[in-house]
Structures are given as structure tokens and as C-alpha cells.
Ligand binder design. Sequence first.
Ligand code: ARG
Length: 425
Amino acid sequence: MAKPVAKPVAKPVAKRVVLAYSGGLDTSVAVRWLGQELGVEVVALAVDVGQGGDFEAIRRRALDAGAVESVVVDAKVEMAEQFVIPAIAANARYEGKYPLVSALSRPVIVRHLVAEARRHGADGVAHGCTGKGNDQIRFEVGTRSLAPDLAILAPARSWGMTRADCIDYAARHGIPVEATREKLYSIDENLWGRAIECGQIEDPWAAPPEDAFALTRPVAAVAGEVVVGFESGVPVSLDGRRLDMVQLVGELNAKVGSYGWGRIDMVENRRVGIKSRETYECPAALALVMAHGDLEDLTLERDLAHDKARLELRWAELVYEGMWFSPLKEALDAFFASSQQHVTGEVRLSLHPGADGGPGSCFVSARRSPVSLYDHGLATYDASDTFNHTDAEGFVRLWGQGVATWAARQGVVSGRSGAGRAPVR
Ligand code: ARG
């Protein structure tokens, strides 16, 4: 007799989830939809990572949308100290360009989703991402690495509603939203910068319109400069004034951004296999990574610098791909932390307005360090030279020994006499 086949049991949905809540249309609709359609209680969690906004209004909006609880967490200092500082140590730029703005904030939010799930007795978390982006990966892989027992719900990936449908749904259910049918851009912002997607920008041949930018409006009229001080790889001061990371990044965003500098326009490879045209503005992030990298040029021994550069790319990929909480990423952090011991000193950034009110420039014009490896006596061509010139002769001869031997064999093989001569036809 055939054994009775066990019926596949539908995975039970969670009873109560903590939802990563932004206060926008999608997550407001998600609050109601999860309750209405799935019978799931929603605790809304808004995490302040420096995106700005009225968090008390956001907190109330979630309750109005039907959340059983609504929580706001200020995670700006946490993001700056535990996420941005390691990103600077890693000179993090995904594909050599994007300083991981959104990618850095997601694991911050994940930590709080998990903490609030424990606090509120939830058996799951939820997010408002669609299926096309990287953020769903960061939320879900991050949650699974911290709390593999929690269910993960992604309503916006399955509800099949367009933006217009969502607006109708909100209207039908009396959910307060500020959204309009015409949405120009999809913006994600935090203290490390601003990501701008959708709208006209989806055409890679269309230049990003000026109205997409908020942090990099070119308003400064005269050239300026700012000196960034670092201690062991951590930015600690601007023009000699000690600041905490949140203040420092904020001030630098304003200062460098006022020159219209700090924009990125790129076609980026998302983890889900989509090439996407992305526009970013991250004046402080780009300026700090540039200044930090320059100070490393002055203070890191050559082999360390070269191998570190290779690992930096890997670190950025891991973080971009949602692997913030992973053993390789942690091990790389330990390597970078060790490398930063002597990355102490100051870097001068020169700022210049652009022509005709367009984007200006920011570049490193000077650097110094009490633990510099730059030895003027070795480098100089003047009389204070301390370099041992006679050592150079033997060193260079040995350095070229291998290729000289190789070239001599080439001469034998081609029937030429004499080593290293150009082939005779
Ligand atoms: N493409 C960038 C990234 O993957 C930006 C994502 C912005 N997120 C958003 N929900 N608009 O990190």
C-alpha cells in the first residue's frame, strides 16, 4: 500500500512583525495591508539614520495607518561610528564609485528591527522593498544573519499594486499619505549621502536634471579650503575644531556641497542582475574617502597599501551585497583596523566654484602627518640628499637580472647573437 503523502503545509505567516517604516506611501500601505490581508500585527519602526524629517509625525502616521505600536530610534551616532568609520577605513566605493550610502544604512536598520522584534515579542520582520533592488537583499540576508528564527515578510514584492493602486488603497482605507500620482524620483537618504533613482534618470543618455539634487547645489562663489584631521583613520576635526562624526559629516556635506561637488552619475550592477542608472550626491563621503586615501598614501608602507587596495574592493562588494554581518566582512574589518594605526594627520582640501554656476571642484592640495613615511632626505634632489646612490646600481642590476636572462634566451631561440637586441628580419 502506498504511504499517505503528507500534504505540504503552508509556511505559517508571522503573527506580529516589526516593519521598517519610512513614513512614505509604500510602508504606510504595508502597515494596513499586512493587517488587513494577512492578519499580521504590525509594530512600525522608523530609524533615524540622518535622512531628516519630522519623526514624531512619522511615528503618528504609522499608528493612523493601523500599527499596534510605533517606535522611533535615533541611530545617527551608531551609523556614523560603527558603519561610516569602517567604510572610511576601507575607502569604500562600490565599483570604484558609489560610497555605499543605502548599503550602509540597511544593516543599521536590521539591527534595530531584530532588537524591536525581541522587545515586542514579534516572530517576524517586514520591509517595503520591491523585488528589483538591493535593499531587499540587505534587509533579508542581514536579518537572517542576526536572527535566523524570524520570518521575513516583503509585502511590496507580492501585493502586485502599482503606485497608483497604492494611492487608491490608501484613500480607500483612510491611510494618511502625502504622495502624489506623479512621483519624480525615488530618494533614499542618510547622513552618508543621497541616492536618486527613477523618473528621467532611468534614461542613461539623459543628463540628471538639476532638480534631482539637494545636497550639491552650487552656491559658493569664492574658492575655499577645509583641513580634515584624522586619528588612526578616523576623521576627528575640521580646520582644527574637534567634532563628533555626525557633526563632522554634516558640516562637510554643507561646505563641500555648496561648491556643487560630490555628485556621481553611474550605471551600476545590482546584485539581482540589473544594470541600473544611478545618481548620487555624497559630498562629505567622497571628500572624506579621498582625504583618507591620500593620508594613507603618506603613512602606509607600500605592500600594506597595495594589498589593502585589493581588499577594499571586496569589502565594498560584500557590503553592497548585504553581507555586512558575515565572517569575511568581519575579518576584513580586523585587517583594516590593524592597517589604520598610523593613519594620523591632516589633509587640506581645496574647493573651487565651477564655471557659469555649474558644479565646482574639490581636491587634495596638501597633507602632513607626525608619523609620515615620507622622508625628505630620501626624496629630495637638493644638497640635503641622504639617499645612498651607490646602493642603487647593484639593486637595479639585480632587479633587471631576470628579464636580461630571458632576453638572452630570446636571442638564442631566434638565432640572433647578443642579448636583448631588437629582432632582425
Ligand atoms: N542603488 C543603490 C544601492 O543599491 C541605491 C538604492 C537606493 N534605495 C532606494 N530604496 N531608493 O545601494
